[in-house]
Write a protein that binds this ligand. Structure first.
Ligand SMILES: [Zn+2]
Length: 471
C-alpha cells in the first residue's frame, strides 16, 4: 500500500513518481507522461489533483488499444482466473464509444483508459462499482464471462466516459481546486452527474440506436427511482450539502438529475427551433472554460442563459434553485410524448405470481403464490416451478422482461395461453404444460409515458430534432 499526500500549500507543485516494478508487469493508466527505462516507470503530473485523478494498475498485462476518432482507448483487464479478456471487452466498449463520439462531434481527450479489476471470491470492501477520473475510469467488479461483463461495463462506461465533458472540461472552482482537508461542494451536481447520466441514456436514443419505447423505459425508471427522494429540496442546495446534511439524497443526482437534463434539453431545442440541444450548450461551455479555467459557482446559470434565452433562466430559478416539481407533463408534451400519473390500464395477466431467477438453469421460477389470482389458480402454478416457455416462446433470464411484455401486448382476452414449466416431484424433474384462457386485469401505473400518435407537425419536428433524426 502506498499513500500520496502533500504538505500545506504544496498542492500545486509538480509531482514526480518513480516506480520500480517486476519486469513482467505493466502499469495501465490514463496518464500520457510515462517514461520507462528498463523496469522503472516515471510519471509526472502538474499537481496533486492530477496525481490522485490518475489511477495506475500494475499487473501482468492483458491490454488492448482501440482507436475511436483520434483518441487512443486503452483497455486493461486484471482477472485472476482469466474469465474475461481485454480483447473480448474491447468490441463492445468500442461500439458505445463510437456512438458517444458521434454524439459529441469529437472527443476532447487524446488518451483514455478503462482499467478493469475483476475480483474472485468476495469483494474486498463489500462494494462493487466504478469510479470516474478525467482520463480514465476504474472498474471493480466480480469475475464473470466477457459477454455478461460487457453489458455491465458498457452501461457504466456510457456514463463514466461522458465525464470527459463535465466535470473534466466544465467545472467550478470548488471542483477544479478541490480542498481535500475541508471539502467544499459546488451547487452544480445537476450538471456534473445529472447531465452526464442524461447523456448516457439519450446517446442511445439519439439517431435511433434504440427505439423510442426503450428510451421511454429508461425515463420511466428514473421517475420511479426519483420518487424515493425529496422532490421539494432545491437541487442546488442538495448539491452543496451532499457530503453531510443531504448525504442521503445524493443518489438522486442520477435520477432527478437526469430528468433535469431531459427537461433542459427539450426546452433548449424548443427555444432554438430545434437547432441547439443540451450537448451543444455543454460544448460551448467547455470552449469558454475548459480543463484549466473553472467557472464561479454563482455565474453558471447566467452564463447558460447568455448562450440561450431568458426562459432557460426561469427554468433554473423554478426547478433547480427553486423547490418546484419538474414540469414534465408540459415539457414532454412539446415533443409529443404524453405523460400521465396514476393511470389505470387493462393488462393480460400471467397470474400475479412472484417470480425469481435461477442463474444455474437461466430460468425464471415461481417464488411466491400468495397473491396468485384466478388465472394463476386456473393454470395451477406450484412454488418452485421453473418457467421454460410461454406460448412456445422460450423465456430465459436474459430476455424475460421484454419477452413477457411482448407476449402480454400481443395476447387478447380469451386467447389460449400455454405455459411450459419444469416441476420437481419426488426428486424427479418433469416438464408440464399449464393451460388457460387469457384474461385481463386492471393495473394502476404510477407513471405512463406514451408517444402521442396524433402529435402535431410542430411536436413531431421538435421530437425529431431532440432525438437527432434530422441529421
Ligand atoms: Zn458520474
Amino acid at each position: 500500500m502506498v499513500f500520496f499526500g502533500y504538505f500545506d500549500n504544496m498542492k500545486n507543485y509538480n509531482y514526480e513518481i518513480n516506480i520500480t516494478r517486476p519486469s513482467t508487469f505493466y502499469g495501465s493508466t490514463g496518464l500520457t507522461t510515462g517514461v520507462t527505462v528498463n523496469n522503472q516507470d516515471q510519471f509526472v503530473t502538474n499537481n496533486y489533483m492530477d496525481l490522485v485523478d490518475a489511477p495506475i494498475m500494475y499487473n501482468e498485462p492483458d491490454t488492448t488499444v482501440i482507436k475511436v476518432g483520434e483518441t487512443d482507448i486503452l483497455i486493461s483487464v486484471y482477472s485472476k482466473n482469466k474469465t474475461a479478456s481485454a480483447k473480448e471487452l474491447a468490441r463492445d466498449i468500442q461500439a458505445i464509444l463510437e456512438l458517444q463520439k458521434n454524439y459529441l462531434g469529437e472527443l476532447p481527450v487524446k488518451k483514455y483508459a478503462f482499467i478493469i479489476y475483476l475480483y474472485s471470491g468476495k469483494s474486498g470492501s463489500g462494494g462493487i462499482g466504478a469510479l470516474e477520473h478525467s482520463y480514465s475510469s476504474f472498474y471493480y467488479l466480480p469475475e464473470m464471462a466477457a459477454h455478461e461483463l460487457s453489458e455491465i461495463i458498457v452501461r457504466i462506461a456510457a456514463h463514466e466516459f461522458f465525464h470527459i465533458v463535465t466535470p473534466l472540461n466544465i467545472h467550478s472552482e470548488e471542483i477544479g481546486d478541490f480542498d481535500f482537508i475541508h471539502p467544499k461542494m459546488s451547487k452544480h451536481l445537476w450538471l456534473y452527474e445529472g447531465v452526464t447520466e442524461y447523456f448516457a441514456g439519450h446517446v442511445q436514443a439519439y439517431g435511433n440506436k434504440v427505439n423510442p419505447e426503450m428510451y421511454l423505459d429508461i425515463i420511466h425508471e428514473k421517475l420511479l427511482g426519483a420518487e424515493q427522494f425529496k422532490d421539494n429540496l432545491p437541487f442546488t442546495e442538495m448539491s452543496l450539502g451532499c457530503l453531510d446534511e443531504h448525504k442521503d439524497q445524493y443518489y438522486n443526482v442520477y435520477l432527478k438529475g437526469a430528468l433535469i437534463g431531459l427537461c433542459l434539453d427539450i426546452l433548449l431545442r424548443e427555444q432554438s427551433k430545434g437547432k441547439v440541444g443540451l450537448k451543444d450548450i455543454t460544448k460551448k461551455l467547455s470552449l469558454t472554460y475548459g480543463k484549466n479555467v473553472p467557472f464561479q459557482d454563482d455565474e453558471l446559470f447566467d452564463k447558460i442563459t447568455e448562450l440561450s434565452t431568458p426562459e432557460i433562466r426561469l427554468f433554473f430559478k423554478n426547478y433547480v434553485e427553486g423547490d418546484q416539481s419538474l414540469p414534465l407533463t408540459e415539457v414532454l408534451q412539446k415533443v409529443g410524448i404524453t405523460f400521465k400519473k396514476n393511470v389505470t390500464t387493462k393488462e393480460i395477466t400471467l397470474g400475479d405470481i412472484t417470480l425469481g431467477g435461477n442463474p444455474e438453469t437461466n430460468r425464471l421460477f415461481v417464488m411466491n403464490i400468495e397473491n396468485m389470482n384466478a388465472f394463476g389458480k386456473k393454470l395451477g402454478y406450484h412454488k418452485e416451478d421453473e418457467i421454460i416457455s410461454i406460448n412456445g416462446i422460450e423465456i430465459s433470464l436474459h430476455n424475460a422482461q421484454k419477452t413477457i411484455e411482448n407476449i402480454q401486448k400481443n395476447t387478447k382476452e380469451g386467447d389460449k395461453i400455454e405455459v411450459v414449466i419444469a416441476r420437481k416431484t419426488n426428486g424427479n424433474i418433469k416438464n408440464k404444460k399449464l393451460k388457460g384462457k387469457a384474461i385481463s386485469i386492471e393495473k394502476t401505473r404510477k407513471y405512463l409515458l406514451e408517444l402521442n400518435k396524433n402529435a402535431t407537425e410542430q411536436q413531431h419536428q421538435l421530437y425529431k430534432a431532440w432525438l437527432g433524426q434530422n441529421e
